[in-house]
Design a protein around this ligand. Structure first.
Ligand code: 13P
Length: 256
């Protein structure tokens, strides 16, 4: 049974006081979120430790980093290691977010190294995949997803796969207000799960959570989360306000 995970990726947003208020608001509304939903906050690195301190009063909200370097330590100015993330209170880390791929140029080899470092460092990794608009229009979506899985997950063992979450984030839906329809998202998620089953077996494939990301809002979350292969949401813009993040966390659960 896969528990639903609602993750808020703050990207490069919020100053310290804004971050503090946001976490305070989420904690204040937490009792309204059904207990079977797991929440995850992914702030900029500089706010990880203050957010971790605020989260000490609950075990329901986890903390994650937005990226990780592949080496344990060394002369890598600006980079953060898996052990630093753990030390700061993180259980999770994003790998391969589309902004890392398309703005910072992280390639498949880099992402494979980052993913292995995250898993070896004891973190749960959320590996992000997704096609660009031109690739969807050229009917290349499945081929792109296959390649993104193959290049980075190839050779992982069963134990490592247990600490892996996938996030399907179609690039054309990120920050555009243009959400994938629940049917389009479900199709992509089902495809990813089929590929996982072929590569790692049915048992592994049925355990891996696959989150959807791309303009998730309180009013479209219920329909997305109702899809068989959608196990949660990776939320950008709507995670920056407590009410909308909580609204997504509660969506479709029978409470509102
Ligand atoms: P938006 O929810 O702002 O579209 O961002 C999605 C995303 O990239 C989450 O990682």
């Amino acid at each position: 049974m896969r528990t639903t995970l609602i993750a808020g990726n703050w990207k490069m947003h919020l100053l310290s006081e804004e971050a503090r208020q946001l976490v305070r608001g989420i904690l204040a509304g937490l009792a309204r979120v059904p207990s079977e939903r797991e929440l995850l906050l992914i702030p900029p690195y500089v706010w990880l430790m203050p957010v971790a301190a605020q989260l000490r009063e609950t075990s329901r909200v986890k903390l994650g980093g937005q990226d990780v370097h592949w080496e344990g330590e060394g002369a890598f100015t600006s980079a953060i290691s898996a052990s630093m993330l753990r030390d700061a209170g993180c259980e999770y880390v994003l790998v391969g977010h589309s902004e890392r791929r398309h703005v910072f140029g992280d390639d498949a080899r880099t992402l494979a190294r980052k993913l292995r470092a995250a898993l070896a460092g004891g973190l749960q990794a959320i590996y992000c995949v997704g096609e660009q608009l031109a690739q969807r229009e050229a009917q290349e979506t499945e081929a792109v997803l296959d390649r993104q899985l193959q290049e980075v997950l190839g050779g992982l063992g069963t134990e490592e796969m247990q600490r892996l979450t996938l996030a399907y984030e179609p690039v054309w839906a990120i920050g555009t207000g243009r959400t994938a329809t629940p049917e389009i998202a479900q199709q992509a998620h089902a495809h990813l799960r089929r590929r996982l089953a072929e590569e790692f077996g049915e048992a592994v494939a049925s355990q891996v959570r696959i989150l959807y990301g791309g303009s998730v809002k309180p009013d479209n979350a219920a329909e997305l989360l109702a899809q068989t292969d959608i196990d949660g949401a990776l939320v950008g813009g709507a995670s920056l306000a407590a009410e909308s993040f909580l609204g997504i966390a509660m969506a479709g659960s029978g409470v509102s």
